[in-house]
Design a protein around this ligand. Structure first.
Ligand SMILES: NC(=O)c1ccc[n+]([C@@H]2O[C@H](COP(=O)([O-])OP(=O)(O)OC[C@H]3O[C@@H](n4cnc5c(N)ncnc54)[C@H](O)[C@@H]3O)[C@@H](O)[C@H]2O)c1
Length: 322
């Protein structure tokens, strides 16, 4: 049985759906701080606050889990506004899960982020092993989590696996307060109102990944032969890098009237401290990581799905005819 924390989040919704299709809903237990939107939920669900150690222990005592997928977290922009909460959920919460995994020898996956890097890190083709001196609390929690994971793997033999996700673009659930949220919001505003006001400047290049690739990276890493894994902090994974202007341009090719304006806020500083592109050769070598989606395929698929979600039938018909 697989335990998923943070299952109602942007990544959790998609990953849970894929795992459910693969293993069957009854092989999963989805948990989150907040209840699921669907009633009844598509897979068995329980409320779990990962900062509550006793609640974590009680839950793990009640079930025989064979895998933990720990997605509960506070994202970069929210983390800057609520640093104590960010530390508590991202570090204390992860430690509770690592301790639970250690006591029961359950393999654990959790995602780190490109936020582990900072202004002193090389910004292009950022290597797997490089300077990690983030300036955001979110980044601090991710570096701490990576080091904790490596320690638990080396010291206690816990099978911890992790990736440093770039900005993840998906349509099933709204993004959760990250610095790359613009890459999702632009699609929803393009379809619902024909324009978008972007909170970072037009030339802010950021590494991104379409949700199906993000889900695939988790499944591929989980399936990988343990003997081949050389990284027990978090693997760099890359797919595409683009700027808001390039994304707006790609959307305009399908929606000619679409306009984007730029009003940078505090998230610009966060974005400027992160890499523009990532070297993921360790992931490619160790577990054959390869993304499927480039920018144009991502844009077409996102527009189709967002148009369907928002009931924009004329756009949907136009896209289908292309
Ligand atoms: N989405 C991205 O672009 C991205 C990029 C890099 C890394 N990540 C990482 O992936 C993971 C999932 O991210 P996401 O985008 O799905 O985030 P999200 O904000 O959409 O979802 C996180 C979920 O965690 C839950 N949560 C918050 N505090 C909790 C607590 N105390 N106990 C239990 N649940 C709690 C929230 O209710 C939410 O449903 C996080 O660790 C995040 O740092 C995401």
């Amino acid at each position: 049985m697989i335990l998923i924390t943070g299952a109602n989040g942007q990544i959790g919704v998609d990953l849970t759906e894929t795992l459910s299709a693969r293993h069957g809903a009854d092989r999963l237990l989805a948990t989150d701080l907040r209840p699921p939107q669907a009633d009844p939920p598509p897979v068995p669900f329980e409320v779990l606050d990962v900062t509550d150690e006793r609640a974590v222990e009680r839950l793990l005592d009640r079930h025989e889990f064979t895998q933990i997928i720990h997605l509960a977290g506070i994202l970069s922009a929210t983390g800057q506004q609520y640093p104590d909460l960010c530390w508590s959920v991202n570090v204390t919460g992860l430690k509770h899960m690592l301790d639970a995994a250690r006591q029961r020898q359950i393999p654990l996956f959790w995602p780190s982020s490109i936020a582990s890097f900072g202004p002193t890190t090389p910004r292009t083709d950022t290597p797997q092993h490089t300077i990690t001196e983030p300036r955001t609390m979110y980044g601090v929690t991710k570096v701490t989590g990576e080091l904790l994971s490596q320690f638990y793997a080396a010291q206690y033999g816990v099978d911890v696996r992790s990736v440093r996700f770039p900005g993840v673009v998906g349509h099933a659930a709204p993004p959760g307060g990250g610095t790359t949220d613009w890459a999702v919001a632009m699609f929803f505003d393009a379809v619902s109102r024909g324009s978008y006001r972007c909170f970072v400047g037009p030339d802010t290049r950021m590494p991104m990944m379409y949700m199906p690739d993000a889900v695939k990276s988790v499944l591929d890493l989980l399936a990988a032969d343990a003997d081949r894994l050389t990284v027990r902090t978090s693997y760099n994974v890359a797919a595409i890098s683009f700027t808001p202007a390039e994304l707006a341009d790609a959307i305009s090719r399908y929606m000619p009237g679409f306009t984007c304006t730029y009003v940078p806020d505090y998230r610009q500083d966060i974005a400027d401290s992160w890499p523009q592109s990532i070297d993921d050769s360790s992931a490619r070598n160790d577990w054959d990581w390869l993304p499927d989606y480039g920018l144009d395929r991502l844009v077409f698929d996102m527009l189709m799905n967002v148009a369907r979600r928002l009931g924009h039938t004329s756009l949907l018909e136009r896209l289908k005819r292309r």
